[in-house]
Design a protein around this ligand. Structure first.
Ligand code: SAH
Length: 387
């Protein structure tokens, strides 16, 4: 196991209330052991579970920071996270896993709300304007995107607000107003209005540049994402001759990185903004052997199977809920030699691996990667080959 930092009783002051980091107060080395044990418990029957790959510095890794805004009875504006299983806001000024600059920007926005008399949205009454702030930072590029989630599309003196914010934080590359006028627990609404800059940021992963829009999924731990992707691509053993599928491809990261080592790549993704980003990302990186489809991955694969298409390698990286039978049964019909399954939830992964096992695939190498230090979450990549 990699050598890790040795903080004892490394406990955050918000730990009890926030509920975000369930491994607070546990030495990092022990956190890794717990995750390793969990993955072994769930996946040991599906291949060799290698040592978990941890972080050298497990702090402030989150490149995406979300803060919900609230106003106390005395008028104080607070921002932070919802208390576990409630809609009470726990005020958080600084978090040990979040990007520091993002936290500082959010604190500045709190102050600016006062001077600009911006009303904070009240969930019960539906009155007020500012609901959430989302800050995304490019780890390699240093670019910063601020998304102000508001209940109506008009931010009073918006130009001066942006100017004041940028004066405090010149690192900010773009500011977007996201309109969420629904009574919902979803953070983002559908409409984005660019107030400053390009409306997206770019970041570099594995030598490729990626554009990230407010609505697109992007891995939250950029350091470990490179570790994960490199591992996944190595496990696929590409030679340049393969036809590859990147299912649940998001903004096309894995497929675009893999495209240099493959003949052809096909990506499928449900979120239309992510697919738009993916198409632009392919162009941006001069990749010509990749195509993206904006479709449910299961339906897409079923279509491929129906048309009698084949693939040599399938990368799949579904959300926490895992994949579904439509997808898995079609993968079996496409009969790739290798499947590289990446998952942020070993429970649903175990369920899906069971299906693939029953249908002619065998797991070889299993690598847990710690993408989420101080939380109980663990990412795992598994390579399966056709028996
Ligand atoms: N591989 C990408 C994204 C992984 S996250 C990366 O590493 O960045 C999972 C992705 O699956 C998200 O982009 C989400 O929008 C997408 N998704 C969720 N349900 C889906 C479905 N039914 N079909 C296709 N994509 C789906």
């Amino acid at each position: 196991m990699t050598k890790q930092v040795k903080q004892e009783n490394d406990k955050c002051v918000y730990a009890r209330k926030c509920g975000g980091c369930t491994y607070q107060g546990i030495v990092y080395e022990k956190q890794l052991e717990k995750k390793q044990g969990h993955v072994i418990h769930l996946l040991k029957d599906f291949g060799k579970v290698h040592d978990i790959i941890g972080m050298k510095d497990p702090y402030h890794y989150r490149n995406k920071v979300h803060a919900v805004f609230d106003r106390l009875r005395d008028g104080t504006i607070i921002s932070g996270v919802y208390e576990e299983k409630s809609h009470r806001v726990v005020a958080v000024d600084e978090c040990m896993i979040e990007n520091k600059l993002a936290d500082a920007i959010i604190a500045s926005i709190r102050d600016l709300c006062k001077s600009f008399k911006i009303k904070i949205y009240n969930e019960d009454s539906g009155y007020g304007l500012l609901r959430h702030v989302l800050v995304r930072t490019g780890h390699a590029s240093g670019q910063v995107m601020v998304v102000l989630v508001v209940s109506s599309p008009i931010l009073p003196s918006k130009n001066n607000f942006v100017k004041a914010l940028r004066k405090l934080h010149p690192e900010i590359s773009t500011v977007v107003l996201n309109v969420n006028d629904k009574r919902t627990s979803m953070v983002l609404g559908e409409r984005d209005i660019v107030l400053y800059g390009k409306g997206f940021i770019e970041d570099t992963l594995c030598d490729c540049v990626f554009r990230i829009s407010p609505q697109s999924f992007y891995q939250v731990n950029p350091v470990q994402t490179e570790v994960l992707y490199n591992k996944a691509i190595k496990l696929a053993g590409l030679t340049g001759k393969e036809r590859v599928i990147d299912a649940y491809c998001g903004i096309g990261t894995i497929g675009i990185i893999a495209s240099k080592h493959a003949k052809e790549v096909i990506g499928a993704e449900l979120n239309k903004d992510a697919v738009k980003d993916a198409i632009i990302n392919a162009k941006r990186n001069g990749v010509k052997n990749i195509k993206f489809y904006n479709q449910d991955a299961g339906k897409f694969m079923a279509g491929m199977a129906k048309d009698g298409e084949k693939a040599d390698v399938v990368f799949m990286d579904p959300p926490r809920s895992g994949s579904d039978e439509a997808f898995l049964s079609s993968v079996v019909k496409l009969a790739p030699k290798k499947i590289v399954y990446i998952s942020c939830n070993p429970e649903t992964m175990a369920r899906d691996l069971e299906y693939l096992y029953k249908h002619g695939y065998q797991g070889r190498d299993i690598y847990p990667v710690d993408m989420f230090p101080f939380t109980e979450h663990v990412e795992t990549v598994v390579m399966l080959s056709k028996v």
